[in-house]
Write a protein that binds this ligand. Structure first.
Ligand code: 5GP
Length: 241
């Protein structure tokens, strides 16, 4: 499958048309941004890691019955995906306090919740992705009641699968952001990516951050952290084969 015209360029990915109107090629970049584009940089090798990690995790989710947009990994940085209409909601699942949750509610990071939380942001860069509730999402026509119900069901199911997998790698899944899309038939599938850009992943023994917070917070060792988390995933996937 060949890349056709570029139809979109986001902060971390480019999207190309293909010969098939139902399929697109996503190409992962090394570019990194944070704080709604205010902080910019490059994380060498990130595109290849995020592509491979996202595909491996989505493949694992597919195998447990969760529908995703993934079709086939084409190269180090490129993946063939189903064309979807992205639901303009960032779906954030949390197992421990961190990031904007800690800031908003004035609690320290690392408090384990007795049950996971889910929250939605309106995916809108010019507004800074504001937090919104289900009624707001309905009022704005971003999704239907049934779609929101399905998205929440899938998000918690995905959390259980990912939590279990990362735990087997000696990694705590603190929180993560998902995006969902509608296929041509209207059904909801997991889209976008699952990577250290979109998840907080802490070493379970030391608490070391192995994700994009190293870039966001200028902690250093960004490339090493991405390589380390990828190596843990690959080791675990090989052991499971
Ligand atoms: P927080 O709301 O605490 O900043 O982020 C919660 C989780 O969602 C983190 O794992 C973070 O990586 C992810 N997340 C939230 N918003 C975004 C976003 O706009 N881009 C990316 N890549 N991840 C996000």
């Amino acid at each position: 499958m060949e890349k056709g015209v570029q139809i979109y360029e986001g902060k971390a990915k480019k999207v190309y048309a293909t010969d098939d109107p139902n399929l697109l090629i996503v190409s992962y970049k090394d570019d990194a941004t944070a704080f709604n584009g205010l902080k910019r940089g490059t994380i060498k090798g990130k595109g290849a890691i995020n592509n491979r990690m996202s595909n491996a995790l989505m493949h694992m989710l597919e195998n447990s019955g969760i529908p995703t947009h993934c079709v086939e990994e084409l190269s180090e940085r490129d993946t063939l995906v189903k064309r979807v209409e992205i639901v303009p909601l960032e779906v954030i699942v949390r197992n421990l306090s961190a990031g904007s949750f800690s800031k908003r509610y004035g609690v320290k990071e690392g408090i384990a919740f007795s049950s996971p939380t889910v929250e939605f942001s309106y995916k809108n860069d010019s507004l800074g992705d504001p937090l919104l509730n289900e009624y707001h999402a309905l009022a704005l026509g971003l999704a239907t009641r049934e779609e929101i119900k399905e998205i929440k069901r899938l998000a918690f199911q995905i959390n259980e699968k990912l939590k279990e997998f990362w735990s087997s790698c000696g990694v705590t899944l603190v929180d993560f952001k998902l995006e969902f899309g509608r296929l041509a038939d209207g059904s909801i599938v997991l889209a976008d990516e699952i990577s250290p850009d979109t998840c907080r992943l802490w070493d379970s023994a030391t608490g070391e951050k192995l994700d994009k917070d190293r870039f966001r917070r200028d902690l250093g060792g960004v490339e090493d952290a991405y390589r380390e988390i990828m190596a843990r995933l690959e080791q675990q996937m090989e052991a499971a084969e």
